[in-house]
Design a protein around this ligand. Structure first.
Ligand code: ITT
Length: 194
């Protein structure tokens, strides 16, 4: 089965290809499918936004399309930045500024109150109208400064309880084994196998 990844985030493409490669030999990024579009995320939940992205790419390519809508939810900030994680500091996709804003808001907050989780909702839309959803979560806490060079987004300030290090200190396969995206993808593969 051919599959188009409905995302403009190159880091997501890299992680998703690494995890899905053995199940889908024909995985295409949007660029590889000849598609260059920005999709406006007008939903108010991860699931709505994932559906908007997957559905748009499926309609335009005529192929099954898989979208990931994800974000960081910090307990002390009542779930912020949540669905606004990519544009937390106001500018789309500026990881450094997003982290700066988060660390500023968490200044002085004690370690035990710095808990957070990453969440992903995946939506897979088929040309015949079928739609599948899965979700994945992973828990940790927000560090007081960046640690590690790998990954993307908030990885340098997210201390994973599973790995006992920041996601940016983990290798790609270590992160994928416990991450929100990895867990949601494992569930999607199981659903497809059923
Ligand atoms: P697409 O909508 O094109 O897929 P995007 O980056 O805008 O790309 P989202 O709207 O789902 O995607 O926003 C997700 C943001 O949440 C992302 O930009 C990061 O800031 C953060 N994020 C999601 N998964 C992450 C991960 O594994 N590690 C670190 N940060 C992550």
């Amino acid at each position: 089965m051919e599959l188009v990844l409905a995302t403009n985030n190159k880091n997501k493409v890299k992680e998703m290809k690494a995890m899905l490669g053995k199940y889908f030999p024909d995985i295409l990024s949007m660029g590889e499918a000849g598609l260059q579009i920005e999709i406006e995320e007008t939903g108010s939940t991860f699931a709505e936004n994932a559906y908007i992205k997957a559905c748009a790419v499926c309609e335009k390519t005529g192929k099954p399309a898989l979208a990931d809508d994800s974000g960081l939810r910090v307990d002390f900030l009542c779930g912020e930045p949540g669905i606004y994680s990519a544009r937390y500091a106001g500018v789309e996709q500026n990881d450094a500024k997003n982290i700066e804003k988060l660390l500023e808001k968490m200044k002085g907050v004690p370690q035990e109150a710095r808990t957070a989780d990453f969440t992903t909702t995946l939506c897979l839309c088929f040309p015949d109208g079928r739609v599948l959803y899965t979700e994945g979560n992973t828990s940790g806490r927000i560090l007081t400064e960046k640690r590690g060079e790998n990954g993307f987004g908030y990885d340098p300030v997210f201390f994973s309880f599973d790995l006992q290090k920041s996601f940016a200190e983990a290798t790609e396969s270590e992160k994928n084994a416990v991450s929100h995206r990895g867990r949601a993808l494992q569930k999607m593969v199981s659903l497809l196998e059923e």
